[in-house]
Design a protein around this ligand. Structure first.
Ligand code: NCD
Length: 316
């Protein structure tokens, strides 16, 4: 695989391959010295045109654990002109001998544009509302490994996963829906009509506007952040009303089935979608998602840069 730009491009076989590699990487991460020489001599550049805490650090940690050299190019959205300046940036940095760019940008489709301008691999760390493929891979890995299942095309079968909140503006939701359903899960979207994408009818999901109606049926409760920076109109009357209808509070936590898993991609808005301390729930996987993010991104970097012919032997 030359690039990782979207879940559909990766396909279900690619998803299963990454989940398998991530299992090896998780084993590397449990070692006293969690570092292998697999990507010695490769250079990975993070190009983040949007804010990020966990995704950027996670990718950089992953690259370092595989012994790649890392560089960071940090730009705030406001100081960047699109078009030529982005082309110039990527061409300039590519000329230094970069093997992969990890890119986050507010514009959907930028990873495809960049791959026309460089021979390096492009890994999408989030493009607009469109895709966030490594988040979907780490979320799939987290559910699979928590339930002690092994990587396969139906490793999430039999599960009902409820994705709750601002689906309309969420690249995480789009990528998760594609990955979860590809692996056999049923996905229920729970949101007010205004926070659903306009064309949701064509998606392979069920839709509900009431969290109370569906919460007890969920095997996984996946909460999303209200993406206020991506809204240009008032889509909810007020946040208090949103919290009352879609927030996870004590009453709803008690409605969850005993072994339901709780997930959130972060950053979490306490007091908006999260009204309890998630750590108070026994099956809170939020920190596990962050930890697994490193293993999954190691798997992605290895798959993109290591060449499949070298196989997982390099890391075992
Ligand atoms: C998400 C993102 O930036 O797409 N965060 C993340 O990468 N973990 C979700 C969000 O911004 O709410």
């Amino acid at each position: 695989m030359k690039h990782l730009r979207s879940i559909p491009e990766l396909g279900v076989d690619g998803i299963v391959r990454i989940l398998g590699l991530a299992t090896h990487m998780a084993e590397v991460n449990r070692r006293p010295v969690p570092k292998v020489p697999a990507l010695n001599g490769r250079t990975v550049v993070s190009l983040f045109f949007e804010d990020s805490t966990r995704t950027r650090i996670s990718f950089e940690t992953a690259a370092k654990r595989l012994s790649a050299d890392t560089m960071t190019f940090s730009v705030s959205t406001s100081s960047v002109n699109k078009g030529e300046s982005l082309k110039d940036t990527i061409e300039t940095v590519s000329a230094m001998g970069v093997t992969a760019f990890v890119v986050r940008h507010k514009t959907s489709g930028i990873p495809w544009q960049l791959s026309d301008w460089t021979d390096a691999s492009i890994i999408n760390a989030g493009d607009g509302w469109h895709q966030h493929p490594t988040q979907a891979l780490l979320d799939s890995f987290t559910i699979m490994s928590t339930l002690e299942r092994t990587p396969s095309v139906d490793c999430l079968s039999g599960l009902t996963i409820g994705i709750v909140g601002d689906i309309r503006h969420s690249r995480v939701a789009r990528s998760d829906i594609q990955a979860f359903t590809a692996l056999g899960a049923k996905v229920v979207l729970v949101a007010p009509r205004t926070l659903l994408p306009p064309a949701v009818e064509g998606w392979p999901v069920e839709v509900s506007s009431s969290l109370d109606d569906v919460i007890s049926e969920l095997d996984v409760l996946y909460m999303l952040r209200m993406q206020r920076e991506r809204m240009n109109e008032a889509l909810v009357p007020n946040l208090g009303e949103y919290s009352a209808r879609y927030g996870l509070d004590d009453r709803r936590a008690k409605m969850l089935s005993h072994d339901a898993l709780l997930m959130h991609p972060g950053p979490m808005n306490r007091g908006v979608e999260m009204l309890i301390d998630p750590a108070s729930l026994p099956n809170n996987l939020i920190m596990q998602q962050v930890a697994n993010g490193v293993s999954v991104r190691m798997a992605v970097l290895f798959d993109v840069l290591g060449g499949s012919e070298t196989g997982a032997g390099v890391v075992s």
